[in-house]
Design a protein around this ligand. Structure first.
Ligand SMILES: Nc1ncnc2c1ncn2[C@@H]1O[C@H](COP(=O)(O)OP(=O)(O)OP(=O)(O)O)[C@@H](O)[C@H]1O
Ligand SMILES: [Mg+2]
Length: 279
């Protein structure tokens, strides 16, 4: 559905995207992860046609069908910078977009989407009066007005509360279940771990690792840590076979508590991209 091959983009001396290749199929949520400045938004801007790549190729649509003409209609984008008209109401924003896209019944479409992101009760309020989380949800709805099949969501949960986040993640998962291809960026690793079928970890314009979360954890996550508490004290073991270690501790007797810390995507992210702060 989305085929990206060796795309590059420089701004002056900064190679923002420096040879990125990946593909995303229908039904997938593909996580594009990386520290600030890694090149995620620049890659998305090229995929969605806002920015021309210096080199490389991007194909969106079914294999063999030419890009251009109808590709734009296939693409939905929720940009990192919220793109809504502040002075219009929530409904007016979506009706306007539905008209731009030539949807048959703009008002009905707007209300379907408002309902999906839980904003129907606020349909008649101006966006300027919305909280950050409400604006994020409307920004997501705006990306979906024309029923796109290749959907790019750039930090759709940045700065939202747990309720909004859950609502947004539900919508995103539904999009994949419906057979759409979703590219998703986030700095919340637990979120990516939860919803992404595959992820790419980028830094400095390059992809450092790509695969399922389980594959990346197995390759870069390090070992589990098993901690066994007993009357004699605490005993910590690093192991790739935590269950065996727990069995052993229980067989020995005297264990009062057993804890297991398994490597997660956050550990993979830090292992690959380091701990140094980005500017
Ligand atoms: N229009 C531009 N002009 C100059 N430099 C740019 C431009 N857009 C992006 N860059 C630079 O390209 C690099 C990648 O930026 P990009 O916004 O793609 O990163 P990101 O991975 O989306 O980061 P974040 O997680 O902070 O959103 C950064 O060094 C940024 O300063
Ligand atoms: Mg970005």
């Amino acid at each position: 559905m989305i085929l990206v091959r060796d795309i590059r983009k420089s701004f002056g001396s900064i190679a923002a995207v420096d040879g990125v290749t990946f593909e995303v199929h229908r039904g997938e949520i593909f996580g594009l992860l990386g520290p600030n400045g890694a090149g995620k938004s620049t890659a998305i801007a090229m995929c969605t046609g806002q920015l021309a790549p210096d080199s490389g190729s991007i194909e969106i649509g079914e294999a063999g069908s030419p890009r251009a003409a109808h590709a734009r209609a296939l693409i939905g984008l929720a940009p990192q910078q919220i793109a809504l008209y502040d002075e219009l109401t929530a409904r007016e924003n979506l009706v306007f977009l539905a008209r731009v896209h030539g949807m048959a019944d703009p008002t009905r479409r707007a209300d379907e989407l408002l309902d999906m992101v839980g904003l129907l009760p606020r349909a008649r309020d101006r966006v300027a009066t919305f909280s950050g989380g409400m604006q994020r949800r409307l920004n997501l709805a705006a990306a979906l007005v024309h029923n796109p099949t290749a959907i790019f969501l750039d930090e759709p949960t940045a700065g939202v509360d747990p309720q909004s986040r859950t609502a947004i993640l539900d919508v995103v998962q539904r999009l994949a279940t419906e057979g759409r291809a979703v590219i998703y960026t986030t700095h919340y690793m637990e979120e990516a771990q939860r919803i992404c079928s595959r992820v790419a970890i980028m830094d400095r314009g390059r992809v450092l690792a790509i695969g399922t979360v389980a594959e990346l954890i197995a390759a870069h996550g390090g070992e589990s840590v098993v901690t066994v508490d007993s009357l004699a004290g605490e005993h910590r073991v690093r192991t790739r076979e935590p269950l065996r270690e727990i069995e052993r501790a229980l067989a020995e007797g005297g264990a009062t508590a057993v804890r297991i810390e398994q490597p997660d995507l956050e550990m993979v992210f830090l292992a690959l991209t380091g701990r140094r702060l980005r500017d």
